[in-house]
Design a protein around this ligand. Structure first.
Ligand SMILES: [Zn+2]
Length: 241
């Protein structure tokens, strides 16, 4: 259960691989496979797999460790498979964001500086369109103006095995009524972030990611996360807090 794991340091190979994954995804809109990672880093298959194990433990990515090719599912802010948030750069579909929340952070990465990233998403309950325009860490506009991000999994349940279910639980909704309707559909409650609260929530990570080559692992400390979210003014009672 990768919550509350002790602190550790990424190896040089893990740092090199993480940088490669970010650069490849920013350039191509998808993750590198093992050969592309090998060509970019000079690391052997064995070194790449060991590095991915570390990066997964440090919540930098999720690889399917049951697969021989270590299928790379996500490396926040990116997702290998279609998510709720499509990201357009220069008017073209570039990639899928890890989730609605992470989509707001992508514009903070160095290769996207000065570029407008448009997020095309949808309401989780009725699939009505949601559009958010971001640039240089700022959320420039969004419609409809009542858009919120609904988070239907408590931080106490984030990353118990990996972050797939956590990301899956962070969804755009067009307003509070649609959030309530979605809660009935999934038979689960959640909490609502305004887009301003969401941007503040992801900014610390967003502004460190790829800017700091030696950035340390992330650690899942549920109580600290809940306290931080409450401090943003989010009503966390939907999580039973
Ligand atoms: Zn809806």
């Amino acid at each position: 259960m990768p919550q509350n794991i002790p602190e550790f340091k990424f190896s040089d190979e893990a740092l090199k691989l993480r940088q490669c994954v970010y650069e490849h995804w920013c350039t191509h809109g998808h993750a590198p496979n093992l050969r592309a990672a090998h060509e970019a880093t000079g690391l052997s298959r064995e070194q790449i797999l060991e590095a991915y194990k570390q990066l997964d433990l440090g919540i930098m990515c999720i690889v399917d460790q049951d697969t021989q090719n270590f299928n790379l599912l996500k490396a926040p802010p990116f997702s290998s498979y279609p998510s709720q948030a499509q990201v357009f750069v220069d008017g073209k579909l570039h990639c899928y964001a890890g989730c609605a929340m992470e989509s707001l952070a992508m514009c903070m990465m160095p290769p996207f500086q000065g570029k407008e990233l448009r997020i095309e998403g949808y309401c989780a309950c009725c699939l009505a369109p949601v559009t958010v325009v971001t640039k240089d860490g700022e959320t420039l506009s969004y419609k409809p103006p009542s858009t919120r991000i609904h988070v239907s999994l408590s931080p106490r349940d984030w990353n118990k095995t990996n972050i797939v279910s956590m990301c899956d639980a962070m969804n755009f909704v067009v307003d509070g009524d649609h959030a309530a309707a979605y809660e009935k559909k999934i038979v689960r409650r959640g909490v609502l972030f305004t887009l301003e609260q969401a941007r503040k929530f992801i900014t610390g990570t967003g502004k460190a990611r790829m800017w700091q080559y030696e950035r340390i692992p992330d650690y899942m400390r549920p109580q600290r996360i809940i306290d931080g979210i409450r401090a943003l003014g989010v009503d966390v009672s939907g999580w039973g807090e």
